[in-house]
Design a protein around this ligand. Sequence first.
Ligand SMILES: NC(=O)c1ccc[n+]([C@@H]2O[C@H](COP(=O)([O-])OP(=O)(O)OC[C@H]3O[C@@H](n4cnc5c(N)ncnc54)[C@H](O)[C@@H]3O)[C@@H](O)[C@H]2O)c1
Length: 251
Amino acid sequence: MSAGRLADRVIVITGAGQGLGRAYARRVADDGGVPVLTDLNEEAGEKAAADLGGRARFVRHDVADPDSCAELAETVRREFGVLHGLVNNAAVFSAIQMRPFWEIPVAEWDRVLAVNLRGPWLVTGALLPALRAAGDASVVNVASDAVDLGRPGYLHYIASKGGVVGLTKSMARELGDEGIRVNAISPGPTYTEVPRGTVSPEQRTAMRSAQALHRDAAPEDMVGVVSFLLSADARFVTGQTVHVSGGLVLS
Ligand SMILES: NC(=O)c1ccc[n+]([C@@H]2O[C@H](COP(=O)([O-])OP(=O)(O)OC[C@H]3O[C@@H](n4cnc5c(N)ncnc54)[C@H](O)[C@@H]3O)[C@@H](O)[C@H]2O)c1
């Protein structure tokens, strides 16, 4: 038994080997929950789970692969029986190179959509029996304020995250009868330990100026909102997309 907002709640966080997913897993552990970290990158995922210690667990997993999702579901069923929460965080993101949409290779478009949009659908579907067993489970998808900004240079990514917003709304309606809540967090530019090519120094300055709160965001600015959405404090919140970007996008 542990104390905290997520005491003893088993939460799967996909793409938790680095960046924001790793920070979400840490917050779940800090809030008394049992984080199950998944990632394609086995080395990073194992290390992230080991760093958390305690009851944290790592499972190698490809969100875009139905068989891998079925294996994850079987592991969760066998080891925990129920699943109280899922954070669909994994995405092709930091590795993306910006370019005009007419120059995006078809294979890259397909991979981004397969991971970022098909992924949350596949993972949530595979884990549904375990989520149902919890009685009051919460799913948190990860969108992006880049959708609302219409940011140029990575149209496949924008399309995938726009899809995540729609998927969140419809999943919330389809699962509401079963008491399962589905929401999305929509971060603005958030600077993790991982360098990336989707924000130039000039764009970084411009977006900071455009925010109501004129400072860069860190993973710590996101984790409390995810913890809230996973918790009973958000028991009557579903189908929502929560913008966490210092007022970059006002909805
Ligand atoms: N950092 C930001 O500024 C920002 C802003 C808005 C939204 N987001 C979203 O937040 C999430 C995390 O962002 P981040 O900055 O930590 O990204 P990141 O690229 O640093 O980390 C993504 C993680 O997902 C994993 N992954 C990739 N493909 C996978 C697959 N097929 N199966 C399982 N794991 C896979 C990677 O190995 C990596 O550990 C993403 O959904 C991203 O789109 C980030």
